[in-house]
Design a protein. Structure first.
Length: 160
């Protein structure tokens, strides 16, 4: 793959990847943007590991997921959820906070549950594709989806 092909593929997937990362980061757009930039850089530097038979977006999501996990393990923290909720309660808050209840609920999920939920429902990946992205079995992905749905339902119902 040459530079122009890479840029074209990144442009085609960048909005969906960023949406996934914003959800994974529970609404922290700055952290999501940082992870997206790091993902694109890592992908470009390791383009020789990409195999054409693989789906480019799945390969990119795997890099993004691994980057997210690395950042979380390194202890880089986002803004506190309490701070975000206080800003959202302000009458002057803009529409960027309209999903704050969902982000708060996503923050209550484990990283694996959150990733499975976002990839399945937001990005429309199959269970098999999710298993490849997060390096897990299909049975594990099904379990994460089931648990994630149950946890989300409980948290979102409690907020009403």
């Amino acid at each position: 793959m040459n530079r122009e092909q890479f840029i074209s593929k990144v442009e085609a997937t960048s909005q969906a990847l960023r949406r996934f990362l914003v959800g994974l980061c529970c609404g922290d757009t700055a952290l999501a943007d940082d992870i997206a930039q790091e993902t694109f850089l890592k992908a470009y530097l390791s383009i020789d590991t990409f195999r054409d038979q693989a789906k480019f977006s799945s390969w990119l999501y795997r890099i993004a997921y691994n980057t997210f996990i690395s950042i979380k393990r390194a202890g880089r923290q986002s803004l506190s959820l309490d701070h975000a909720e206080a800003v959202a309660a302000d009458d002057r808050a803009d529409s960027a906070f309209r999903y704050q209840a969902l982000y708060a609920a996503l923050d209550g999920l484990s990283e694996k549950e959150r990733t499975a939920i976002l990839l399945f429902y937001l990005q429309d990946y199959s269970i098999k594709e999710i298993a490849e992205i997060i390096d897990a079995s299909e049975a594990a992905v099904k379990q994460q989806l089931s648990r994630g749905r149950a946890h989300l339902k409980g948290m979102l119902t409690d907020q009403k």
